[in-house]
Design a protein around this ligand. Structure first.
Ligand SMILES: [Zn+2]
Length: 176
């Protein structure tokens, strides 16, 4: 695939075109948070679809909402149904596994932000949070309690508006 010459070497672009299993983690990372117009629009979506399960692997190991921020530009809402469903299932599984492991509760907020990039909405994931054990819900409510303050890191990479991710979380907090 083609990519901007400032960010990408020919060797890295060749890797992105090849077997997804052989792309080094750091190249997958770089791909996931590259600015979208540094790739050709008609190549970016197919590349994301090839690498989706690799991004999921990174998300498991290193929760970061930047990993999924390219999904909108990758045309996720127009992907084949089976691929959309598969990615939803994988990301949901990551969230649920973190929720069931107390040592990983600190990752949950970031994971849910990453997940919300699939919908460009926090709402479906707040519904999922409502099904989790009380202590998990309490943990997230505490973490998000200052989400609308400048000091909060919540939603840094979430770009939707009207309502904003902060509005969605504040609405959820107000109805608890
Ligand atoms: Zn670039």
């Amino acid at each position: 695939m083609k990519g901007c010459g400032l960010c990408w070497t020919e060797a890295e672009l060749a890797l992105l075109d090849g077997d997804p299993a052989l792309v080094p983690d750091e190249v997958v990372w770089q791909f996931a948070w590259e600015v979208e117009d540094h790739f050709e629009p008609d190549e970016y979506g197919p590349a994301w679809r090839r690498l989706a399960h690799r991004v999921v692997g990174l998300l498991t190991e290193d929760p970061d909402s930047r990993l999924t921020m390219g999904l909108t530009w990758a045309g996720f809402s127009h992907w084949p149904e089976a691929e959309r469903t598969a990615l939803y299932a994988q990301v949901t599984d990551i969230v649920l596994r973190a929720a069931s492991d107390e040592e990983r509760h600190k990752d949950l907020g970031e994971l849910i932000e990453a997940a919300a990039q699939l919908d460009q909405s926090m709402v479906p994931w707040l519904r999922l949070v409502d099904t989790l054990p009380d202590e998990v819900v309490e943990h997230l409510a505490e973490e998000w309690s200052d989400c609308d303050k400048a000091s909060s890191t919540f939603g840094t990479w979430l770009r939707w508006t009207d309502p904003t991710p902060q509005d969605e979380v504040l609405e959820w907090l107000s109805t608890r």
